[in-house]
Ligand binder design. Structure first.
Ligand code: ATP
Length: 228
């Protein structure tokens, strides 16, 4: 079943066009990668999904409902959870306050989040701005999970993190996948990304140029579209 489907999406920052035809699909229970070199439109695609950038043409359907043009808070309430680039937790709230502020009814609770990220249990009374980058990313993922999203979206899942912490994030993503969580993920560490995803979409200059299984992504294509 299709959970999220973008067809021919064109988006603008003011008068400046950033997306020129993005198509993308995440089916129920799938982990999907959105890939492409810097500036190709990954973040803009995510911002379009969440109603943060103006979509002029094309459609964005979530559980078969057209969400293009809807207000961001309404979109989030439909069951989309975002872990934005740069994390963005509330700096002056503690770890547990950050998590509880995001809570919505469902299987994800404080207890379940700290089971996934035991570090957050150790840090529960610390202010978010005293956490390391990796801990902040765990908190950002935890906050998104606390909303009990039908689809979890991670923009730059492991960017700027130490290798050992990156592994923690990838293993959390693998656990979420095993639990049936649908995920859309952007990241630059190709090897880890390709290991965990079911399907990939590649953007080039604001348009989708490849859709397929990770095995279908030849070294040639990686070189051409991802600059590997
Ligand atoms: P990166 O990996 O560097 O984050 P990206 O694939 O996420 O890149 P976007 O950030 O979506 O790419 O950028 C797509 C295009 O939109 C680029 O040409 C960029 O210059 C432009 N763009 C991004 N943000 C804005 C903005 N706030 N105003 C105007 N143009 C923007």
């Amino acid at each position: 079943m299709s959970l999220l489907k973008l067809e021919g999406v064109e988006s603008f920052y003011g008068a400046s066009q950033a997306l020129f035809g993005v198509s993308l699909e995440v089916k129920q229970g799938e982990v999907v990668a959105l890939m492409g070199r810097n500036g190709m439109g990954k973040t803009t695609t995510i911002r379009s999904i969440f109603g943060l950038v103006r979509v002029r043409t094309g459609s964005i359907r979530f559980e078969n409902r057209d969400i293009a043009g809807m207000r961001p808070h309404r979109i989030a309430r439909l069951g989309l959870g975002l872990v934005p680039e740069g994390r963005r937790c509330f700096p002056n709230l503690t770890v547990s306050e950050n998590l509880m502020a995001a809570a919505r009814t469902g299987e994800w609770t404080f207890t379940k989040v700290v089971e996934l990220f035991p570090r957050l249990a150790e840090r529960r009374d610390q202010y978010a701005n005293t956490l390391s980058g990796g801990e902040q990313q765990m908190l950002a993922v935890g906050r998104a999970l606390m909303t009990n999203p039908r689809l979890l979206v991670l923009d730059e899942a492991t960017e700027g993190l130490a290798p050992v912490i990156r592994q923690d994030i990838w293993s959390a993503i693998a656990k979420l996948k095993a639990g049936g969580q649908s995920i859309l993920v952007v990241d630059k560490t190709l090897s880890e990304l390709l290991r965990v995803v079911d399907r990939c979409f590649i953007l080039e200059k604001g348009a989708t140029v490849f859709e397929g299984a990770p095995e279908a992504l030849t070294p040639d294509m990686q070189d051409r579209y991802l600059g590997v």
